[in-house]
Design a protein around this ligand. Structure first.
Ligand code: ADP
Ligand code: MG
Length: 393
């Protein structure tokens, strides 16, 4: 007998470079690669002290944060790596976004193999979890699970389970069934559902409609209109899986990013990696730079996929309560230990807004956030403010 269990227990969850552009184009479309030795890119960027100084300086202006300074994307070391360093980097379009891997390995063959293994893993997860591919397991589940329980892989089961735990943690701000209405938007074609279509879809948005049979790793939908999209968590999951693969190969210094979700292990030859938080209204500019090691970072923004109609911005982060885009803030960056968590939380905090979002983040150990509100003001979680105050050098 299957044991039908409702969603799970709300376990507490525990730092990316700013989101890169994402198209809704068929994922995995292009396999342009640029594998290169990456030992001596740029040289001048902030140290942690400088960031703190900037943070304090800016905060003293009543929290009205302007650009700390411009930062030219990606990861820049303070000192060129030694000649012997072997940095390997590759970028590919997978999962409807740009996947970037950078790692240190002394051996060329092994370094290249590790990069290849990460890309293979990203493509595997995309094949299984893409809502845009009719052949994916997720699409199969969406077609069948309202009729009868669908057996899925333990990996997809666990990700669904985690999604629901985050739904509970966030009071439903995060809800993978958002897509029951969310799929009626087409951001490329500037299409939004009319009032009637939205009203019809709304009852299907509720994670309580998902029923889990852990013993047989089966999932059933309790409402006919339910449609699941893991776009708010799957890239983070893929990044965590990729980091796991690198760690198994003994790699201790690496960065894996998929669009707005990045995870870093180790430092970059004795210096922090540097991640930029994008200005949500000025492409190519950053409002902050974060020197980081051993962390996952996710950014959710209203500038990735959107269109404007009658002065209203319709974008891809949906408030499950309304079926409409969440509009209180412009971007949210979440830092934590695992990208799966930071990915889901950045989407969640975006929906919750400044007050509720910061309240949530401040009660989650190991989680920090930077929110840019609707007027472009920056807000920081308590721990980030404390760090800035205690390290003003
Ligand atoms: P991106 O995918 O651009 O990195 P996010 O991590 O914020 O940005 O995820 C946005 C994606 O999350 C959307 O494209 C959609 O697939 C999904 N999503 C949107 N609203 C919600 C929500 N309320 N709960 C869960 N997932 C959501
Ligand atoms: Mg997210």
């Amino acid at each position: 007998m299957p044991v039908w269990t409702p969603f799970g227990g709300g376990r507490k969850v525990a730092h990316s470079w700013a989101g890169s552009s994402r198209s809704e184009a068929e994922s995995g479309c292009c396999h342009e690669t640029s594998l290169m030795k990456f030992s001596d890119i740029g040289t001048r960027v902030a140290s942690k002290d400088f960031l703190s100084y900037q943070l304090v300086a800016e905060l003293s202006h009543r929290g009205r944060m302007r650009a700390f300074f411009l930062w030219g994307l990606l990861l820049i070391s303070l000192h060129p790596s030694p000649i012997s360093a072997q940095w390997w980097q590759e970028s590919q379009a997978i999962m409807g976004t740009q996947v970037l891997v950078e790692l240190w390995h002394p051996d060329e063959a092994q370094g290249r193999a590790a990069v290849g293994a990460v890309m293979d893993e990203m493509r595997r997860i995309d094949r299984e979890m893409s809502p845009f591919k009719a052949s994916s397991l997720l699409s199969y589940m969406n077609r069948e699970a309202a009729r009868s329980p669908v057996e899925i892989t333990p990996e997809l089961f666990e990700l669904m389970w985690k999604s629901v735990r985050i739904s509970e943690l966030t009071g439903g701000a995060f809800d993978v069934t958002f897509a029951s209405a969310g799929r009626k938007y087409d951001y490329r074609k500037h299409v939004k559902p009319d009032h009637e279509a939205l009203a019809e879809a709304m009852p299907a948005i509720d994670y309580h409609h998902l029923q889990f049979d852990r013993q047989h790793t089966r999932i059933r939908y309790l409402h006919r209109g339910v449609y699941v999209d893991l776009g708010g968590i799957a890239k983070g999951h893929a990044v965590d899986r990729a980091i796991g693969i690198l760690q198994k190969r003994g790699i201790t210094q690496a960065m894996v990013g998929a669009g707005g979700d990045t995870r870093i292990i180790g430092d970059r030859r004795g210096e922090p990696w540097v991640v930029g938080v994008r200005d949500p209204r000025k492409e190519g500019e950053n409002v902050a730079v974060l020197p980081l090691t051993d962390v996952a970072v996710s950014t959710s923004g209203d500038y990735e996929r959107y269109f404007e109609l009658d002065g209203v911005r319709y974008h891809h982060i949906i408030d499950p309560k309304t079926g409409d885009s969440a509009r209180e803030v412009r971007s949210v960056t979440v830092l934590g230990d695992e990208a799966t968590t930071t990915d889901a939380l950045s989407t969640s905090v975006f929906v919750l807004g400044v007050e509720k979002g910061l309240a949530l983040v401040n009660r989650l150990p190991g989680i920090d956030a930077i929110i840019i509100d609707g007027e472009g003001r920056m807000h920081f979680s308590d721990e980030l403010l404390r760090m800035a105050k205690h390290d003003p050098s």
